[in-house]
Design a binder for this molecule. Sequence first.
Ligand SMILES: [Zn+2]
Length: 297
Amino acid sequence: MADAMNVGVNLEAFSQAINAIQALRSSVTRVFDSLKDGMKNKETLEGREKVFITEFQDNLQSVNRDLNELERLSTLVGRPSESHPLHNSGLLSLDPVQDKTPLYSQLLQAYKWSNKLQYHAGLASSLLNQQSLKRSANQMGASAKRRPKVQPSTLVLPPQYVDDVISRIGRMFPDMSIELFRPNGTSAVLLVTLGKVLKAIVVMRSLFIDRTIVRGFSENVYSEDGKVTDHATTALLHYQLPQMPDVVVRSFMTWLRSYIKLFQTPCQRCGKFLQEGLPPTWRDFRTLEAFHDTCRQ
Ligand SMILES: [Zn+2]
């Protein structure tokens, strides 16, 4: 509101004008006070009238003086700009029943949020563009035609390439068997068997891991409530590197492999093997250390 009034108004003159109004009001009050009090007691009637009239004239003159001063200042104040920053909706700020209909403040708030939203959307958009998974035609524009193709888009990697990456990872971990199926067209599904501890189904979308389900090999104490599946899903979110999907698959498999000692590794915090009948089902994403789900914080 103060900002809005700033436009086209001389605030200095404005405060002087308010003072002038106060002065005018008190001089007018003095006029009526003297009229109300009437003539003061003097020796003679003539003396009383003379004093009364002189006082009355003085008071009227000061009213006149204060009025002139106010008129002078009112020309300096200027008029509020017609072009309000919020255009016509700015006139809502002049609504005298602000408390009942706080439209103007709500409007300002909405504008503020809208600006913020736009700003953050811009940031998000530029971040997402940096990590774009697909190269859309209009994004690259005409310059893409001249640019040599560096590598095929990760979304349409040839199945042979995916097979190679998976079999390479399989050779890295001899204690983990990875079988690859393509039950529905080109997308691969991996059946990962980790010793006698667990089996995992990993659904791929090209070389990206789309989903994973982890089940216990024979016992299902730890998988019944889906703990390891939950952790594995969290791991998928953790290992994100859109430009290097093969590194992501390898990191995920390395992490999954750390479950091979699920029943032989004590919790790194409490030192116990079992807590409430559950082995330490959490594996740190960086160090691969084992923790109970409740001990990991
Ligand atoms: Zn523990």
